[in-house]
Design a protein around this ligand. Structure first.
Ligand code: URA
Length: 167
C-alpha cells in the first residue's frame, strides 16, 4: 500500500460510482478504477452513452489498498465508512451506482445476494441508488450472451444513462 486513493472525475457530477477498494494500478496512480476493472467499467459507460470524464465521480469504500488485494475486513470498513459518507455529502450526486457487494452493504446496509438487488433503484436520503455487478465479476464471467452478467450490466447502465440525461 503506497497511498490514499480518494477519487477521480468531476466533483460536480450528478452520478457517483462507488467501488470496493483500490487495486495495484489504483495504488500506483492514486486514482480509483484505473486498472483492468476500471477499463471495463469505462468501456461499459461509453457504450451506454455516459461520459465518464464529465458526468461521473468515482470513489471506493476503502481508500487504501488492502494487502494482496484481499477483501477489506469489517473493521476496516467501519473505520473508513465516515469518510465515504462525508464524500457522498460533498459530491452531492443525484444518482449513485454501487459496484459489488461491499459498496452495497456499506451504503445500503443490505446483506442480500447481489443478484436480488442489482438493477433496482432504491431511494435513500433523496438520492436514487442502483447496485450493479462488480466489473471484476464480469472479467471472471466474460460471456456476452443475453441475460449473462455482462449483458445485465449493460442493461442496468442503459437504465442509469436514460435517467441521468433526462435531468
Ligand atoms: N478498482 C477500484 O478502484 N475499485 C474497485 O472496487 C476495483 C478496482
Amino acid at each position: 500500500m503506497k497511498r490514499l486513493v480518494v477519487g477521480r472525475g468531476s466533483v460536480f457530477a450528478d452520478l457517483l460510482i462507488i467501488g470496493e477498494a483500490p487495486g495495484l494500478q489504483e495504488d500506483l496512480e492514486g486514482k480509483p478504477y484505473v486498472g483492468k476493472s476500471g477499463k471495463l467499467l469505462n468501456d461499459l459507460l461509453k457504450k451506454t452513452g455516459i461520459d465518464h470524464e464529465k458526468d461521473v465521480y468515482f470513489c471506493n469504500v476503502i481508500k487504501c489498498r488492502p494487502p494482496n488485494n484481499r477483501k477489506p475486513t469489517n473493521k476496516e470498513i467501519n473505520i473508513q465508512e465516515p469518510w465515504l459518507f462525508q464524500q457522498i455529502k460533498l459530491i452531492d450526486p443525484k444518482f449513485i451506482i454501487l459496484t459489488g457487494s461491499t459498496a452495497m452493504r456499506t451504503v445500503l446496509g443490505i446483506k442480500d445476494p447481489i443478484s436480488n438487488l442489482r438493477g433496482k433503484w432504491i431511494k435513500k436520503d433523496g438520492r436514487e441508488i442502483m447496485t450493479i455487478f462488480h466489473p471484476s465479476y464480469l472479467l471472471r464471467f466474460p460471456s456476452k450472451e443475453s441475460e449473462k452478467p455482462y449483458d445485465l450490466t449493460l442493461k442496468d447502465l442503459t437504465n442509469v444513462s436514460s435517467k441521468l440525461y433526462a435531468l
